[in-house]
Design a protein around this ligand. Structure first.
Ligand code: CAA
Length: 382
C-alpha cells in the first residue's frame, strides 16, 4: 500500500534540516546573495550536522540516506536559500560516481578520508563546447603506462574553487563518443589542476562556480572509476540519482514563494480589504499551491522508485523538470502578488525567481529532461 506518512526518523531528519535552515541559513540568505558570499561557517555547520555527504554510506563517514530522506532535507534547506543548498548538496553529485563506479578499495580510499573532515568535491562533466551534449565532451585522457594524462577544461563547476577532490569525465577517443568516456578521481593537489575565477551569477550567489582546467594532469590507472568507456554510463546513472533532489530543491523554493505570497496577501490592503479577499489573488494562490503539491508528490514518487531499486530515469527527469518549471512559475506569481514591492531587492521574492531559474538549467536543462522523458516513454510503446 502507498503510504505518504513519514516515519519518526524521517520526521526528525526533516526537523533537524528545518531548524538549521531557519536559524542558520535564512538569516544570512539576503546578505550572501547580495555580496555575494560563500558562507563557509554555514557549510561547516551543515557538515557537522551530517547534512552534506547525504548519499555516502555510514561506513565511509557519510549519512547513508536514501533518496527520499535526502529530498526531505533538501526541500527544507532550499526553503531558506537555494544557493546555499546547491553548495551543501554538491558533494552528493560529485561522490555518486565513486559509489556507482568505484571498487570497494577505491571507495574506502577516497570516501573515508574525504568524509572524515569538512571538504568539498566537484563533479566535472560539463565543458565550454556544450553542456547538454555530454557525449561530445573533449577533455582527453591519454594512457601512458601506469597512468593517464588529462588535458581539457570543464565549466560551470559547482564549488570548484573550494573542492579538494574532483570526479572528472574525459575521453580516451573522441571518435567513439559516449563509448570513449572514462571517469577519474582527481585530487586538487595533482599538478596541472587549476580553477578559474568565481563566476558572477544571476542567482545561487551563495554558491561558488568556476571553470576547472586540467593541463597534463597525471592520474594513476588505479584512480580510474570502472573500465575505459564506462564513464558515460556512470555519469548518466549518477544524474538519475541526483536529479530527484533537484526536484526537492525546486519544491523548497516554490514553497517559500507560496508562503511569502500567502502571508503578504493577508496583510496587504487594496480596495478597502486584504488582497487575500480578492478572487484574482485567491486563484493565484490556489494555482501556486497545486503546483507546489504536485512538484512534491512527483519528487517523492521518483525518490520512492529509486529507493525501491528502480532505475528512476523517467521519474527523476519528470520530477526535476516539473518541479523546476513550477518553481519558476510560483516565484513569478509571488512577485506579482507583491506587486511593485515584489520587484524590489528589499523584499525576498525576486531572489526566489533568480534562484528558481537555475533549477531549469543545471543537472540537465529541461529540454534534455523532456528528451529523456520522451525517449523513455516511446520505448514503452515500441
Ligand atoms: N543510465 C545508464 N545508461 C544510460 C543512461 C542512463 N540513464 N542514459 C543513456 N545511457 C546509455 C545508453 O543506453 C547508451 O548506451 P548504448 O550505446 O550501449 O546503447 C549510451 O548511454 C548513450 O546514450 P544516448 O545514445 O542516449 O546518448 P546521447 O548522446 O544521445 O545523450 C543525453 C543522452 C540524455 C542527452 C545526455 O547527453 C545528457 O543527459 N545530457 C545532459 C547532461 C547533464 O545533465 N549535465 C549536467 C551536468 S551536472 C550539473 O549541472 C551540475 C552542477 O554543477 C550543479
Amino acid at each position: 500500500m502507498v503510504d505518504f506518512s513519514l516515519s519518526a526518523d524521517q520526521e526528525s531528519l526533516r526537523d533537524l534540516a528545518r531548524k538549521f535552515a531557519r536559524s542558520d541559513m535564512a538569516p544570512h540568505a539576503a546578505e550572501c546573495d547580495r555580496t555575494p558570499r560563500f558562507p563557509e561557517e554555514i557549510y561547516r555547520k551543515a557538515y557537522e550536522l551530517g547534512l552534506m555527504n547525504l548519499n555516502v554510506p555510514v561506513e565511509f563517514g557519510g549519512s547513508g540516506l536514501k533518496v527520499f530522506e535526502q529530498c526531505l532535507i533538501v526541500e527544507e534547506l532550499a526553503h531558506a536559500c537555494g544557493g546555499m543548498t546547491t553548495s551543501v548538496i554538491a558533494n552528493c553529485l560529485a561522490l555518486e560516481p565513486i559509489l556507482l563506479g568505484g571498487s570497494p578499495e577505491q571507495q574506502e580510499r577516497f570516501l573515508k578520508p574525504f568524509c572524515a573532515e569538512y571538504n568539498f568535491a566537484s563533479f566535472g562533466l560539463t565543458e565550454p563546447s556544450g553542456g547538454s551534449d555530454a557525449g561530445g565532451l573533449q577533455t582527453r585522457a591519454r594512457r601512458e603506462g601506469d597512468h593517464y594524462v588529462l588535458d581539457g577544461e570543464k565549466c560551470f563547476i559547482t564549488n570548484a574553487p573550494h573542492a579538494s577532490l574532483f570526479t572528472v569525465f574525459a575521453t580516451v577517443d573522441p571518435s567513439r563518443r559516449t563509448k570513449g568516456i572514462t571517469a577519474f578521481v582527481v585530487p586538487r593537489t595533482a599538478r596541472g589542476v587549476s580553477t578559474g575565477k568565481d563566476e558572477e551569477k544571476m542567482g545561487h550567489r551563495a554558491s561558488s562556480t568556476s571553470t576547472v582546467r586540467f593541463d597534463g594532469v597525471e592520474v594513476p590507472v588505479n584512480d580510474r572509476l570502472g573500465e575505459e568507456g564506462e564513464g558515460f554510463s556512470i555519469a548518466m546513472r549518477t544524474l538519475d540519482q541526483t536529479r530527484t533532489p533537484i526536484g526537492a530543491l525546486a519544491t523548497g523554493i516554490a514553497q517559500a514563494a507560496l508562503d511569502l505570497a500567502a502571508a503578504y496577501s493577508l496583510k496587504r490592503q487594496s480596495f478597502g480589504k486584504p488582497i487575500s479577499e480578492h478572487q484574482a489573488i485567491q486563484i493565484k494562490l490556489a494555482n501556486m499551491a497545486q503546483a507546489v503539491h504536485a512538484a512534491r508528490l512527483l519528487t517523492w514518487q521518483a525518490a520512492w522508485t529509486i529507493d525501491q531499486g528502480g532505475k528512476g530515469t523517467l521519474e527523476s527527469s519528470i520530477a526535476k523538470c516539473f518541479a523546476s518549471d513550477s518553481a519558476l512559475h510560483v516565484a513569478d506569481e509571488a512577485i506579482q502578488t507583491f506587486g511593485g514591492y515584489g520587484y524590489m531587492k528589499e523584499y525576498p521574492v525576486e531572489k526566489l525567481l533568480r534562484d528558481a531559474k537555475l533549477t531549469q538549467i543545471y543537472e540537465g536543462a529541461n529540454e534534455i529532461q523532456r528528451t529523456v522523458i520522451a525517449r523513455e516513454l516511446l520505448r514503452r510503446y515500441a
